[in-house]
Design a protein around this ligand. Structure first.
Ligand code: AKG
Length: 272
């Protein structure tokens, strides 16, 4: 795994809101991520009929197959997702000194899948923070043809916390931010084993899959240590019971749900 970051990569991430690290996992690690993701999805399907409550939405279900909470059903996935080395990269890009796990999701664009509409991530989440970020790990080559990510560079600097649906209106976020229509979009193709890091407030989308092959990705989203609950329950992260026990302003520091990954706490380090 390549965990080094050049200053140019950090600068690019901070300026554009995303950076592509083409060589991230080595070939053995890529195989581990692929196997763990496939097995964890199987394990989830054995427990739940549907991977998400949007699986019945006729447009969304054809955008991608979305599977959250995979580390809770697969020990190997738990280890991969909680890798402190990746969290450290997140911390250095974000410029913070503590990183917690927010969520992990497999996003598999099936052959001939719909595009993923332009959106921001943080407005779906249970905290408002400009430094949260996602590692989008390519399990297959992600190309312009099969639905790689696209960005509106720099939009994280002016974004608010307005959520738009990932639905058939691809440009809904541009109705909220008409000034972004002047920005030239940038494609972010990445080979299998590479990662695209993006800020949770940068506008992003993914193209349609125009091919007969799948486009698999595993995403890990991170939040800075110390963020607080904004009152929006993210159903992929918190149960209704958990949310009922939380108040706006509570620090999101439950070690089961949002473990501190970097720096590792003394207790976690002693425990191995
Ligand atoms: O994989 C996709 O199609 C979209 C991914 C995305 O929006 C994200 O990882 O935040």
């Amino acid at each position: 795994m390549r965990t080094s970051l050049s200053q140019a990569e950090i600068d690019q991430y901070r300026r554009d809101g995303f950076v592509v690290l083409a060589e991230f996992l080595d070939s053995d690690e890529l195989e581990q991520w692929r196997r763990a993701t496939d097995e964890a999805i199987e394990a989830r399907l054995a427990l739940d009929d549907e991977l998400s409550n949007k699986a019945s939405d006729p447009y969304y279900s054809r955008v991608f197959t979305q599977a959250s909470g995979l580390r809770r059903v697969h020990e190997g996935m738990h280890r991969l997702v909680c890798d402190a080395r990746i969290a450290e990269v997140a911390g250095r890009l974000a410029g913070v000194d503590g990183i917690r796990l927010w969520n992990e999701q497999a996003l598999y664009k099936q052959p001939f899948a719909n595009p993923t509409g332009w959106h921001l991530d943080v407005p779906y989440w249970s905290f408002d923070d400009r430094r949260a970020l996602t590692a989008w790990i390519a399990l297959d080559d992600a190309t312009v043809e099969n639905g790689c990510l696209w960005y509106l560079p720099g939009t994280h600097l002016t974004a608010g916390f307005d959520a738009v649906d990932i639905g058939p209106n691809l440009r809904g976020i541009l109705d909220v931010h008409p000034e972004w229509r002047a920005i030239e979009s940038a494609a972010a193709p990445v080979p299998a084993g590479g990662v695209v890091w993006h800020n949770g407030l940068v506008a992003h989308a993914a193209g349609a899959n125009m091919t007969n092959g799948g486009r698999r990705a595993m995403t890990v989203a991170y939040m800075p240590d110390g963020v607080t609950y904004n009152g929006k329950r993210d159903e992929f992260v918190y149960t209704e019971g958990q949310a009922a026990a939380m108040a706006v302003g509570d620090v999101l520091d439950d070690e089961e749900t949002n473990p501190l990954l970097w720096p590792r706490s003394t207790i976690a380090a002693i425990g191995g």
